[in-house]
Design a protein around this ligand. Structure first.
Ligand code: PBG
Length: 330
């Protein structure tokens, strides 16, 4: 036995719930949650997503209802993703620039009905392209960087004009944060934030999301020429440094749980607001585990979300947001 025993007993503070609460190092509250929502065309529409059990696409009226639910639960922000009708998907993704596209209609409706809820909008072309890539492709299928950035600027301005509060580029093109920032400033959107999907990995965990936005069947090849290799960490810090230098207000690491080490490194190295995206495949994994009786759903949800806080996150994008907020007693 070590000399410090029995004077030192780490179990002492764990002996009762009041003491465990008193010694808890991190807290999770509804204020730490961002709720991703999928938008469908139509009215009164709810379309369940089979690979994302418990999550549906909602038409704009339903999206507004979800935003009200978020407000009532103390969730500060929702993230919007459109399932663009296939007839509007083109090689150049031009529907992203339409001021009356699904995304802009949802933004305006939320802003009118629930102005106190923040709106984060994804910037990337994959919900709008016929090939499912986040940008413009050349004849060989390579995603063109600089030409794509130009379109992303237009997409960002379109979303900001509709009322988006946080522009969140998820495309992983080089140089897009600074270019978008300059354009937002020039257009007078000085208080529109940018949350950069800074360290976004080419991941096997995005499958159900691609079902949700209707790009899974369309996607040609993979996204490895622009999203990061899952073996890399130093490169994630370079991505974050670059996006911060270009004016990002906050950064995101994505996916979430398999990349807690990256979150911690980013937080320690930069001391900036870091967010994680607990992505669709992670959500599906938790739901599958719970459905199989391999774990208690509520406990899995709270443990994983708290882990993000412990790793250094200011907040988490999670499909469990409303459920978690209820569990937290909102
Ligand atoms: C698209 C985008 C993706 C996600 C968020 N924005 C998918 C992808 O990059 O293919 C994934 C989110 C999730 O899986 O929940 N740019």
């Amino acid at each position: 036995m070590h000399a410090s025993f029995p004077a030192l007993r780490l179990r002492r503070t764990r002996v009762a719930e009041w003491s465990r609460r008193l010694h808890r190092e991190t807290v999770l509250t509804p204020a730490n949650l961002i709720w991703p929502l999928f938008i469908a065309e139509g009215e009164g529409v709810e379309e369940p997503i089979a690979s994302l059990p418990g999550v549906s696409r909602w038409s704009v009226d339903g999206i507004v209802a979800r935003a009200k639910e978020a407000r009532d639960l103390g969730i500060p922000c929702v993230a919007l993703f459109p399932n663009t009708p296939s007839a509007l998907r083109t090689a150049d993704g031009r529907e992203a620039l339409n001021p009356d596209n699904l995304m802009c209609r949802a933004i305006r409706a939320i802003k009118q009905a629930v102005p106190e809820v923040g709106i984060l909008t994804d910037v990337a072309l994959d919900p709008y392209t016929a090939h499912g890539h986040d940008g413009l492709v050349d004849d060989a299928g390579y995603v063109l960087n600089d030409a794509t950035v130009e379109v992303l600027v237009g997409q960002s301005l379109n979303q900001a004009a509709a009322g988006a509060d946080i522009i969140a580029p998820s495309d992983m093109m080089d140089g897009r944060i600074g270019t978008i920032r300059d354009a937002l400033e020039a257009a007078g959107h000085i208080n529109v934030q940018i949350m950069a999907y800074a360290a976004k990995y080419a991941s096997a965990f995005y499958g159900p999301f691609r079902d949700a936005v209707g790009s899974r069947g369309l996607l040609k090849g993979d996204k490895k020429t622009y999203q990061m290799d899952h073996a890399n960490a130093d490169e994630a810090l370079r991505e974050v440094a670059m996006d911060l230098a270009e004016g990002a207000d906050s950064v995101m690491v994505k996916p979430g749980l398999p990349y807690l080490d990256i979150i911690r490194q980013v937080k320690d190295a930069f001391g900036v607001p870091v967010f994680a995206y607990q992505v669709s495949g992670e959500y599906a994994m938790i739901e599958a585990a719970a459905a199989a009786g391999a774990g208690d759903r509520d406990a899995l949800v709270l443990e994983t979300l708290t882990a993000f806080r412990r790793a250094g996150c200011s907040g988490v994008l999670t499909y469990h947001a409303a459920h978690a907020a209820r569990l937290l007693g909102a």
